[in-house]
Design a protein around this ligand. Structure first.
Ligand code: KG4
Ligand code: ZN
Length: 351
C-alpha cells in the first residue's frame, strides 16, 4: 500500500513514498538560501522554484524507493494552510498524477501532518510508538500555533490557535530585529544557550487572559522597544541575553496553555509536540518535563528532519484517511479539490 505524497506549503519542495507509517523514500529540496535576502518567504519566487523542483523531486523519490507508478496506490497532497502560490504547485501536480495514472487523491491539511509526524517510521518500522486516544497535539511552526485534541484517527477538536502571529514567525521577526538571517529560530536557539533567559522582563503572552489561544504581537512590540532602546554596540554585547529572554517568553507562553489544557483534561494519556519550532531543545526539554508532571506520555518528533515541513508526515496521515475511505476517486471531485472547505477535510468520502 504505497502512497506518493507531496508538500509544497512554504519553502520546501517535498515528495515522499510511504507504506503505512513507514517512509520508503523522502526528498526535501529547501529554498531557504533563495529567500534569505528577503528575510522571509517571497511568494512568487517560491512558486517558480517549486515548479522547477517538483518533477525532479518526484523522480528522485520514486528512484530511491525503486518504484514505478504501477506500485503506487494513491496520491496525497497538502492542500492548506500555507502560502497559496506555493500550495498551488503541489496541488496541481498531485491532481495531474491522480488523473493521469487513475489513482485516488487524498487531500491532507498541513497541520494534520505535523500532528502525525511523531508517528512516522523508518523503513524498518522504527520507532514503534502507540497511538493513545484522545491525544493532545501542540503544533508550533512558522505558520501555525495550535493546541488540538485528536479524538481518534483523523478526528480533531481545536482547543486553541494563535490570534495573530505564529510562534515561529515571532521568533523569525525577533531574529530580524537582531540582524539574524532567515529563518531565525535556530540562530536564536544557538545564541540563547549562552544567555540569561531572565535578563529582560518580557511579557509572557496571554498569561493573564483565560482560554487556550496564543498571541505574539504584544511580545514582539515589547521586544522591539527593548532592542531599539539600545545602540548597535549594546545590541551586540547583549545579544545572547536578548535571544534567551525572547525564546523563554515564547516557550513559557506555549507551556502555559499546554498546562491549562492538561489541568482540564484528565482523560488525555499522550501529548505530542510537532512543527518546525519543536526542533528547539529548550522547548522539547520543558515540554517533556511538564507533560510528565501530569503523568502523561510526551512524544516529540523522532527524527530531526521530520520537525520541519516534509511530505512523509503527509503520507502517514493519508494512510489513515485511506483506511477510512476518506479520498477522492471521482474525476470531477479531484479537479475541484481546492474547493473543499478546510473544516470538511476529515469528513468527505466520494466514490
Ligand atoms: O514547520 P515549519 O518548517 O514550517 C511551517 O509550517 O511554518 O516551521 C518553520 C519555523 C520557522 O519559524 C523557524 O524559525 C522555526 O520553525 N524553527 C525553530 C527551530 N528550527 C526551526 N525555532 C526555534 N528553534 C529551532 N531550533
Ligand atoms: Zn509546517
Amino acid at each position: 500500500m504505497n502512497i506518493l505524497s507531496i508538500d509544497t506549503s512554504a519553502d520546501e519542495t517535498s515528495v515522499a513514498i510511504t507504506n503505512k507509517q513507514r517512509v520508503l523514500s523522502t526528498v526535501i529540496f529547501s529554498q531557504i538560501s533563495l529567500h534569505k535576502p528577503y528575510g522571509g518567504v517571497f511568494p512568487s519566487l517560491a512558486k517558480r522554484e517549486h515548479y522547477s523542483k517538483i518533477t525532479p523531486a518526484i523522480e528522485l523519490a520514486m528512484k530511491k524507493a525503486q518504484m514505478r507508478f504501477t506500485d503506487i496506490k494513491a496520491i496525497a497532497v497538502t492542500i492548506g494552510p500555507g502560502l497559496p502560490p506555493a500550495l498551488e504547485v503541489g496541488v496541481s501536480t498531485a491532481k495531474l498524477l491522480a488523473l493521469l495514472y487513475k489513482k485516488p487523491l487524498i487531500p491532507v491539511d498541513h497541520i494534520e501532518g505535523h500532528m502525525y509526524s511523531p508517528f512516522v517510521q523508518n523503513k524498518n518500522g522504527n520507532p514503534k510508538r502507540e497511538f493513545l486516544f484522545p491525544f493532545l497535539a501542540l503544533v508550533v511552526s512558522g505558520g501555525h500555533t495550535q493546541l488540538v485534541i485528536v479524538t481518534s484517527h483523523i478526528q480533531y477538536q481545536i482547543l486553541g490557535s494563535t490570534l495573530d502571529d505564529a510562534a515561529g514567525e515571532a521568533l523569525d521577526k525577533a531574529g530580524r530585529m537582531l540582524g539574524l538571517g532567515y529563518p531565525a529560530g535556530p540562530a536564536i536557539e544557538r545564541l540563547a544557550e549562552n544567555g540569561n533567559p531572565k535578563a529582560y522582563a518580557l511579557p509572557v503572552p496571554m498569561k493573564k487572559l483565560p482560554g487556550l489561544n496564543f498571541s505574539y504581537s504584544g511580545l514582539k512590540t515589547a521586544f522591539k522597544h527593548v532592542v531599539y532602546s539600545m545602540n548597535e554596540k549594546e545590541r551586540v554585547l547583549h545579544i545572547h541575553d536578548l535571544a534567551a529572554s525572547f525564546q523563554n517568553a515564547v516557550v513559557q507562553s506555549l507551556l502555559l496553555k499546554l498546562e491549562r489544557a492538561l489541568k482540564t483534561r484528565a482523560d488525555i494519556p499522550l501529548v505530542i509536540l510537532g512543527g518546525g519550532v519543536s526542533a528547539n531543545k529548550t522547548l522539547r526539554q520543558q515540554f517533556r518535563s511538564l507533560v510528565r508532571t501530569y503523568h502523561r506520555k510526551p512524544l516529540t518528533v523522532a527524527y530531526p528532519y521530520l520537525s520541519g515541513d516534509n511530505a512523509a508526515m503527509i503520507g502517514v496521515v493519508a494512510w489513515y484517511k485511506y483506511k477510512k475511505g476518506i479520498m477522492l476517486n471521482d474525476k470531477h471531485a479531484i479537479q475541484n479539490v481546492e474547493r473543499i472547505p478546510r473544516a470538511n477535510l476529515t469528513m468527505y468520502t466520494t466514490e
